[in-house]
Design a protein around this ligand. Structure first.
Ligand SMILES: Cc1cc2nc3c(=O)[nH]c(=O)nc-3n(C[C@H](O)[C@H](O)[C@H](O)COP(=O)(O)O)c2cc1C
Length: 340
């Protein structure tokens, strides 16, 4: 029942608030759903208990459909030589934060526990980024009634997502803010205008377009190019209901499209954010960046201390390329503008 109703909604041009790990709040997610869109929990950095609490709060505040987004874990090893080299580079890139280097990097494996919570709570929509989970996981979630969405940055990835049994695909253009969902290599950087019609010609499942969409003009363009629904990140990051740092929002209001660069410096995975001193320091020494999720763990303490100290030179200020269209406003006002 639920899956069928969600499939209908997606075909009928629904506005998705992009799942944004670290930025989405229960208020943001539930308010988007209450305003006729689909709010999405960015659960990538949460443990099982936090995931459960978040879902409970969303359920208390909305009776409409909402979604959750999980990071598909990757297999990667950290060797001591690489770790030492990365620590040296970090000290040179961020000397004021040298004490924030963790002694050991331990990666917690929460994915399987998160899936259990999601099944128990019968979350209506489950989306994935950074890969495709095992077909058994997809099948279990579908059996439990969830609608499943994958994330693609190329036609080939979209086809793999369809073949794995996902119900829909988020097509994420080069313009997009935050991490890229690529899982078949990260060298191919395709803009949404080019990607959408080519994916539309290659898969049968519905497409949700993401990347650089901030207002009605982008929404219409995406529908014209083959999307059934749209997903906006930066526009919702700027709402009062998001937990993006005040300085993050303020910085976006005074930035322009050329300030939004792709970097692996913060996490080891390509992501788009405002250029700053930390990113610049890695520009010519990309080989000293650890693979995800190790670089993410290496820079974690620095990022949170920099935030506390209002030091935007060392914060990750994620944003898409359409920054000049940023506006601080309520979810209700943004949704009303998009629905017009
Ligand atoms: C702060 C931030 C965090 C993000 N976190 C996630 C995430 O956890 N999972 C995900 O699938 N996409 C994430 N994204 C990417 C969005 O889903 C979406 O692709 C992107 O925001 C679209 O581009 P736009 O910001 O120009 O609208 C994030 C984006 C931002 C800006």
């Amino acid at each position: 029942m639920t899956r069928g109703k969600i499939a209908e909604l997606i075909k009928l041009n629904t506005i998705f608030q992009a799942p944004m790990a670290g930025v989405t709040t229960p208020e943001l997610v539930s308010e988007v759903s209450n305003q006729g869109g689909i709010g999405n929990i960015g659960a990538g950095y949460l443990n099982a208990k936090q995931t459960q609490n978040f879902i409970e709060k969303v359920k208390m505040n909305t009776n409409y459909f909402y979604g959750i987004n999980l990071f598909v874990p990757e297999k990667s090893d950290l060797n001591e030589v690489e770790f030492d080299q990365a620590k040296q580079k970090f000290k040179q890139a961020a000397p004021a934060y040298a004490q924030e280097i963790p002694e050991k990097i331990e990666i917690s494996h929460v994915f399987a526990e998160q899936i259990e919570v999601v099944m128990k709570e019968a979350v209506p929509i489950v989306s994935f980024t950074f890969g495709i989970p095992d077909v058994t996981v997809i099948e279990q979630l579908k059996q439990a009634g969830s609608y499943i969405i994958g994330t693609a940055t190329t036609v080939k990835e979209a086809i793999e997502i369809e073949n794995a049994g996902c119900d829909a695909v988020v097509v994420q253009g080069f313009e997009a803010g935050g991490h890229r969902g690529s899982f078949l290599g990260d060298n191919d950087l395709i803009g949404l205008f080019s990607l959408l019609p080519q994916v539309a010609d290659s898969v049968k499942i519905p497409i949700i377009a993401a990347g650089g969409i901030m207002d009605k003009r982008g929404v219409k363009a995406a529908y014209n190019l083959g999307a059934s629904s749209v997903q906006l990140g930066t526009a919702f990051l700027m709402t009062y209901e998001s937990s993006a740092d005040k300085l993050h929002k303020k910085t976006l209001l005074s930035s322009v499209e050329t300030d939004a660069v792709l970097t692996k410096a913060f996490s080891g995975k390509l992501a788009r954010g405002i250029n700053n001193e930390f990113i610049e320091k890695y520009k010519h020494e990309r080989e000293k960046i650890l693979p995800y999720p190790f670089q993410n763990s290496l820079t974690k303490n620095m990022r949170s201390l920099a935030k506390q100290q209002n030091d935007k030179s060392f914060m990750s200020l994620w944003t898409g390329q359409s920054i000049r269209l940023s506006k601080e406003q309520s979810v209700r006002d943004l949704m009303n503008e998009l629905k017009k």
